[in-house]
Design a protein around this ligand. Structure first.
Ligand code: AMP
Length: 361
């Protein structure tokens, strides 16, 4: 069982600015008082009581911590320490300064497939390592793929957010209800037993977007997106894939397969000729092909807009709460709960939609 320190985190770390918000809490920059070294602190709110709807079960924080403790890889965010107080758990994690990979790419004028593969390879290395430890991430998406330092000549990819990860135990079945509609595999929507292959589906979706700026299954609504996934309703629209190599399409097709056993594993991806060309011709084709930067920039701008829209609606709800709060103490308490509440609805999207889908079919 994971051991959490009971010291007050603020005695040992100076708490700095907010870096981002995630499931059930915030990530802040923190500085270790003894050494001056900067880290990131992930502050997770715990459920107050058995009946409480808000906050995380201690058990699920333990699961995230145990998984992070079992993973040490250059492309996976490292965990340093864990602190616990009555109401929250603080994970002290590696500080990742380079922002999201997709934002970094969107700033470029152009990018060849060969250059894009440099990043994809690192994602695959991290995922391959994770899968070799029987861990599935189950929430691979652009927001969870960051860069160590975007000023570095060859920045490292860092996979973050293991809040939905699961470590498989031989002989034990695992089903999950969560995920982000655009990126989840059909077996998640169908509530079937899962394997690490669900991550490979997400990598197929991420690669498709990276090359074209289109999201393969995106519908007008989340419900429509999930229906498209289950129906395997996707194609390579020539208008968006005119500069894409046939090897890249083959790579994606071997990941976006309904039968999870048929999908390439991360190890197999690393030796696919698109990633590791066998001939000079293959290499040349890759160098000549490029990502659809104009459309990719559009996709990324829309993605960021949606993220900030979600943030603004959360802020509006916080403001409304402020107006009705009677005492300062109550205000603080409710504000925390409201933040968690917002995250709560986000992670449940897939399960709610699944229920609606099954009742409508
Ligand atoms: P998470 O709850 O892990 O998804 O994190 C929420 C957000 O905080 C992410 O989308 C990032 O913007 C930011 N973040 C998470 N981990 C780190 C980190 N180790 N270093 C810097 N920023 C981070």
């Amino acid at each position: 069982m994971a051991v959490f320190k009971v010291d007050n985190v603020e005695d040992l770390y100076e708490i700095g600015e907010v870096l981002g918000s995630g499931h059930f809490g915030q990530v802040r920059e923190v500085r270790e008082r003894a050494t001056g070294i900067p880290w990131a602190g992930k502050f997770l709110k715990l459920k107050r009581g058995v009946g409480s709807r808000l906050g995380l079960e201690r058990k699920s924080v333990e699961k995230e911590v145990e998984i992070l403790q079992s993973l040490q890889h250059q492309n996976i965010m490292a965990l340093k320490d864990v602190f616990e107080s009555r109401a929250e758990v603080v994970l002290i994690i590696e500080l990742i300064r380079g922002g999201e990979l997709f934002d970094f790419i969107a700033e470029k004028e152009s990018l060849t497939e060969t250059e894009a593969i440099e990043f994809l390879m690192q994602i695959l290395e991290g995922v391959s390592y994770m899968h070799s430890k029987h861990v599935g991430h189950f929430d691979l998406k652009p927001e969870n793929i960051m860069l160590s330092d975007k000023q570095a000549p060859n920045p490292d990819i860092k996979i973050i957010d293991f809040g939905m990860a699961h470590c498989f135990i031989q002989g034990e079945e695992y089903k999950s209800m969560g995920g982000t509609p655009q990126y989840i595999a059909p077996e998640i929507i169908n509530f079937e037993p899962l394997s690490t292959a669900a991550d490979m589906w997400s990598i197929g979706v991420i690669t498709y977007i990276l090359l074209s700026g289109l999201s393969p299954f995106q519908g007008e609504t989340d419900e429509e997106t999930l229906k498209n996934i289950v129906a395997m309703n996707y194609e390579f629209e020539p208008h968006y894939f005119s500069r894409t190599s046939s090897m890249a399409k083959d790579f994606i097709q071997k990941l976006l397969l309904k039968d999870q056993r048929e999908r390439m594993t991360a190890e197999e991806c690393l030796i696919h000729p698109w990633i590791k060309p066998l001939t000079r011709t293959q290499m040349a084709k890759r160098n000549r092909s490029s990502i659809n930067m104009k459309n990719f920039k559009k996709f990324n701008a829309k993605r960021k807009w949606k993220m900030s829209y979600n943030m603004v609606s959360a802020c509006n709800r916080l403001c409304k709460l402020k107006l009705v709060c009677k005492t300062k103490a109550l205000e603080q308490q409710e504000l925390r709960e409201c933040e968690s509440d917002q995250e709560d609805t986000e992670t449940k999207t897939a399960s709610l939609l699944r229920r609606r889908l099954s009742s409508s079919s």
